[in-house]
Design a protein around this ligand. Structure first.
Ligand SMILES: *Cc1c(COP(=O)(O)O)cnc(C)c1O
Length: 482
């Protein structure tokens, strides 16, 4: 916030805060006592000072364009430069969201074609490109499922979620007003089908599943589970965050899923960004299509138009057309890869994960038998006698120039260390990572204290992460102030 204001100040045409002109309060109907009387005190800084500030921050950042980023479940794969070229094409960047349809045919065609491509990849009938993140997609899909059941006069108030699920699944269900019912994982790390059966009833609106699940394991009984769920009138929801394991190989739609969200910032190489700006398109089978957010993009006589005339729609879930620039990047990636390229990406992602899994299983415990899909979950419990935990292992990896894997998730594995290398890494990088894990495990037995102190060579050392989350310091300090 301060930084945004600060930047405004350096733009000559925005110089000086603008106070409301006399009489404006009356026009706006704002109470007199709430109006600002003095300009806010903004720091005065030169352009070079600001440039250095941001460059310094950028150099402290840890990014996929500099280092290996094996953050499990998050699919931090390389974002091709060609995507950026496409997103910056003049015709796309100079569009105004209020332009009329006739003058933005190219943009509408891109949206239409991207929807078709994604439908083909996941095996559904239609998609909305509006949601801005995976979690937003989950919520959007559950709203559609809710509308579907309500229209049938069915009163369903439960959503089933496995104990290995990502936290956004129960959160989205709760936000939609559902009660979350947890289903257990069996000892093999997959959904316990007996437990699922015991929890299905006419009160259940949906089962939310990730396949492969967050342990990187394929749910082999998915077709059977789909039949059980559908037999009770409930819908099957696919959390598509792990589509990077399957793209081009098999399709959630064919497994029996009725609604699917995708994370374009995971599988389709668009930038992540903190909680967005991402894109979480949602695809649905025919009986959920009437509830899709509006407007949809339709093709008619070779022209493209926005269709607002959708009376059963759940309404709009995002302003305008979603994160358009992100959608352009994903489309560029799909075109560049082609069907065979996307399939190869999944195969390589699975190969890389299994290659690394074999090297890490040994120094660390990997509780579930392989092979895995695009990621695997190890456990740092074997390091406990030296007082070394998953978090220390993660910090040790940061110290050695790697981003840390996801730790303490999924919740069903104690001291979880979840590794997802993705298809875009070389074998040399994977070997270097495995060597770093071995070195850390060795250190955990010899000199655990050294790991407790890590990282010591990064811009920031060991943080109190709970305090940082609970009491964030958001105020910007000029460089000479510290
Ligand atoms: C990332 C992720 C989500 C949430 O997606 P966002 O785009 O971060 O909102 C949901 N489920 C799983 C399994 C994930 O990995």
């Amino acid at each position: 916030m301060t930084e945004a204001l600060l930047f405004e100040k350096t733009q000559p045409d925005l110089a000086g805060p603008r106070l409301p002109a006399a009489g404006v309060d009356a026009d706006l109907g704002l109470p007199q006592h709430l109006l600002r009387r003095r300009p806010p005190e903004l720091p005065r800084l030169s352009e070079p000072t600001i440039m250095r500030h941001y460059s310094r921050l950028a150099s402290m950042n840890f990014s996929i364009s500099e280092e290996f980023y094996p953050l499990g479940s998050c699919t931090m794969k390389y974002n091709p430069v060609a995507n950026e070229w496409a997103a910056r094409l003049e015709g796309f960047v100079s569009l105004h969201p209020y332009q009329d349809e006739e003058s933005m045919q190219g943009a509408l065609e891109l949206l239409w074609r991207l929807e078709r491509a994604l439908c083909a990849i996941v095996g559904v009938d239609r998609m909305t490109l509006q949601p801005a993140a995976g979690a937003h997609g989950e919520w959007t899909a559950l709203r559609m499922i809710q509308a579907y059941h309500r229209e049938r006069g069915e009163d369903r108030d439960e959503v089933i979620v496995p104990d290995s699920a990502h936290g956004t699944n129960p959160a989205s269900a709760t936000l939609c007003g559902y009660r979350v019912v947890e289903v257990r994982s069996g000892t093999d790390g997959r959904v316990d089908v007996g437990d699922l059966e015991s929890k299905l009833s006419p009160r259940v609106a949906a089962l939310m599943l990730t396949n492969p699940n967050t342990l990187g394991l394929f749910e082999r009984q998915i077709v059977e589970m789909a039949e059980m769920v559908h037999a009770t009138g409930a819908k099957l929801y696919y959390d598509g965050a792990n589509l990077n394991a399957l793209m081009g190989i098999c399709r959630p739609g064919d497994m029996g899923f009725d609604a699917v969200h995708l994370n374009l910032h995971k599988t389709f190489t668009t930038p992540h960004g903190g909680g967005g700006p991402g894109a979480g398109p949602v695809g649905v089978k025919a009986d959920l299509v009437p509830y899709l957010p509006r407007p949809t993009v339709e093709r008619q006589d070779g022209r493209f138009r926005l269709d607002y005339d959708r009376p059963r729609s759940i309404g709009r879930v995002r302003s305008f057309y979603g994160n358009f620039g992100v959608l352009v990047r994903a489309f560029a990636y799909i075109l560049a890869m082609g069907g065979d390229g996307l399939t190869q990406a999944s195969r390589d992602a699975v190969l890389a994960a299994n290659y690394l899994r074999r090297q890490v299983a040994g120094p660390l415990e990997v509780p579930h038998p392989g092979p895995c899909m695009h990621e695997f979950v190890a456990s740092a419990t074997t390091l406990a006698q030296g007082g070394v935990r998953a978090t220390d292992l993660a910090k040790g990896l940061l110290e050695r120039g790697f981003y840390a894997p996801t730790v303490y998730f999924p919740l069903i594995v104690p001291e979880a260390v979840m590794v997802e290398p993705t298809e875009t890494e070389t074998r040399a990088t994977l070997d270097a990572f495995a060597a770093a894990v071995r070195e850390i495990v060795d250190l955990a037995h010899r000199d655990p204290e050294q790991l407790h102190r890590a990282p010591t060579r990064l811009p920031v050392g060991r943080l109190d992460e709970v305090a940082a989350a609970r009491h964030p310091v958001l105020r910007w300090r000029p460089p000479d102030d510290r």
